[in-house]
Design a protein around this ligand. Structure first.
Ligand SMILES: [Zn+2]
Length: 274
């Protein structure tokens, strides 16, 4: 910013000074022979005066622009308290510390928009579990491939509205007498669940229903198959052990990242720092 403002105006001032003189001379290229010396002298004095004025203006501008960067920086840190209060505490280097240290999150969960109803399709024949079209198609393909190996997925939960999550978070929290942060270790607050996106699905093992929504799901054949093959169908585990979001390990919860929109939903501006 300093360089830009310094190089912008002062050249205008010097252009003014150097341009004015030749122009004035060109206007009177052939002063009459009889023109008195005093007339000529008068012109020279005028030009000198003009030059002095331009010089003064350029000095004034220079002083101003030495002054400007300091005030604009102060203003910047006032207008952008986030930058001023960033851990580095350095408002003088806004370009290097423009990103906040942690993205917008609530108790470790990130905000997600609800999938448009028109893009949701049934994953189960009774219509109780829905995903977005692209995710549903890939999920079905994946479940068929697993079934081919004798492993049967039991879909437990897909798309959830913010209202559904209201119940999952607050009612169960009250039932279990949990405080908000304790509840948030195992459930996202409404507005912050990956299930809102229509790209996330909780998967159980049809032959081990006792492990449904339990960390012991990771000892099932279904989990082992998923771990080895899910990436081929563009599914990934959202909350592996020791995930950076600090959400508890959920081996049953998988999300689709197989198209641009799903990828952007989960990765754009959501990368957790540390
Ligand atoms: Zn889930």
């Amino acid at each position: 910013m300093d360089n830009a403002s310094l190089s912008r105006k002062p050249p205008q001032a010097s252009e003014l000074a150097s341009d004015e003189i030749p122009e004035a001379v060109r206007d009177h290229p052939y002063p009459e022979a009889g023109a008195s010396q005093s007339k000529k002298k008068g012109l020279i004095w005028k030009l000198l005066g003009l030059a002095a004025l331009a010089f003064g203006v350029s000095i004034w501008l220079h002083l101003n622009f030495n002054f400007f960067p300091a005030t604009s920086q102060a203003e910047q840190s006032q207008k952008n308290p986030a930058a001023a209060s960033s851990p580095s505490g350095s408002a003088a280097s806004p370009t290097t510390k423009s990103k906040p240290a942690t993205p917008d999150n609530l108790l470790g969960h990130l905000p997600y928009p609800e999938a448009p109803a028109a893009d949701l399709v049934n994953v189960t024949s009774d219509g109780s579990i829905k995903l977005r079209k692209a995710a549903a198609a890939k999920y079905q393909e994946m479940a068929n491939a697993a079934a081919y190996s004798g492993i049967y997925f039991a879909p437990i939960s897909g798309f959830r509205s913010v209202e559904d999550q209201q119940h999952v978070f607050f009612d169960v929290k009250a039932e279990r007498r949990q405080n908000a942060s304790k509840r948030a270790e195992v459930s996202a607050p409404p507005g912050y669940s990956e299930h809102h996106t229509g790209y996330a699905i909780d998967i159980g093992d049809g032959s081990a229903p006792e492990t449904n929504l339990s960390q012991s799901f990771d000892s099932t054949q279904a989990f082992k198959w998923l771990e080895a093959n899910a990436p081929a169908f563009s599914f990934e585990m959202s909350f592996p052990k020791n995930n950076r979001q600090g959400v508890s390990y959920e081996p049953w919860h998988w999300r689709f990242v197989g198209d641009r929109q799903s990828l952007e939903t989960f990765y754009k501006a959501h990368s957790m720092k540390k």
